[in-house]
Design a protein around this ligand. Structure first.
Ligand SMILES: N#Cc1c(-c2ccc3ccn(Cc4ccc(CN5CCCC5)cc4)c3c2)n[nH]c1N
Length: 242
């Protein structure tokens, strides 16, 4: 299956890293088509203005609807898509969101800057296609480009053929509801620190038990919210020690 991803931004160069490494190979393999478009290509004034002062006052500038309308009409002319608009005020982007979008044929990302995009852009497209206003986390960025990089990576890694070891896409730390535990490789001793004995014991039941214990311990310490969200039957008696 192939996915067509289009990104509209005033900083197209910001998205260049998407063509590196894993994603670059997915594009070369034809699993992903990526189009990055400069919003200013759809301005008509000599200053290429994309922003203006906010109605009702307030800090900063807001991105004008007309330019976005012409840009998105042009990009969306290629066929139906899901429109994704990163914003600090968006619904949380999660692994479940990435899984859902990995099944889409086309994703179009609108990268805002300044204080965001005139709301009528989202409202006008929401009338005729799925539009998701999403946030990648509870911290404030300067624009949507970094968020798009995060979301594109999270989605593309789920596409069949992109990852060398597809099993890990299912075994993401968020798939059994716990954070993954510590990982080790050679040498067995490094700067006076040794690999836990059990991992070299060959006792696969003990190894599985140890790994689950470490995952529970870490989740309880760092993400107690994930523990609370576990379904009732997810923790057995041995688990409850944490
Ligand atoms: N995803 C995601 C995001 C973003 C994000 C995404 C897209 C854009 C477009 C512009 N900005 C900058 C900005 C910054 C602050 C505000 C809030 N206002 C400031 C004064 C009154 C409220 C509005 C916009 C963006 C930020 N930030 N954090 C995330 N998780």
């Amino acid at each position: 299956r192939r996915v067509r991803i289009d990104v509209v931004t005033i900083f197209p160069g910001y998205l260049a890293p998407l063509r590196e490494a894993l994603l670059g190979r997915a594009i070369e393999a034809g699993l992903v088509e990526l189009g990055v478009h400069d919003l200013r290509d759809w301005t008509h004034d000599v200053h290429q203005a994309v922003d203006d002062s906010p109605y009702g006052g307030g800090p900063g500038m807001v991105m004008r609807p007309q330019v976005w309308g012409e840009a998105l009409d042009a990009v969306l002319a290629a066929g139906p898509a899901r429109l994704v608009v990163p914003t600090p005020a968006g619904r949380p982007f999660t692994q479940a969101t990435a899984q859902a979008w990995a099944g889409e044929e086309r994703l179009v990302f609108a990268c805002g800057r300044y204080e965001g995009i005139d709301q009528r852009v989202v409202d006008s497209y929401a009338a005729r296609m799925p539009v998701d206003e999403v946030s990648i986390g509870d911290y404030v960025l300067v624009g949507g480009e970094v968020a798009v990089m995060v979301m594109v990576e999270a989605v593309v890694r789920l596409l069949p053929g992109v990852l060398g070891n597809p099993v890990s896409a299912q075994e993401d730390s968020f798939s059994d509801g716990l954070l993954e535990g510590p990982a080790y490789t050679r040498p067995v001793s490094w700067r006076g620190l040794d690999v836990p004995e059990v991992l070299r014991s060959g006792n696969h039941a003990a190894i599985a038990r140890w790994r689950r214990d470490r995952a529970l311990e870490r989740t309880a310490a760092r993400r107690p919210d994930l523990l609370d969200a576990l379904p009732e039957d997810a923790l057995d008696r041995a688990d409850r020690a944490f």
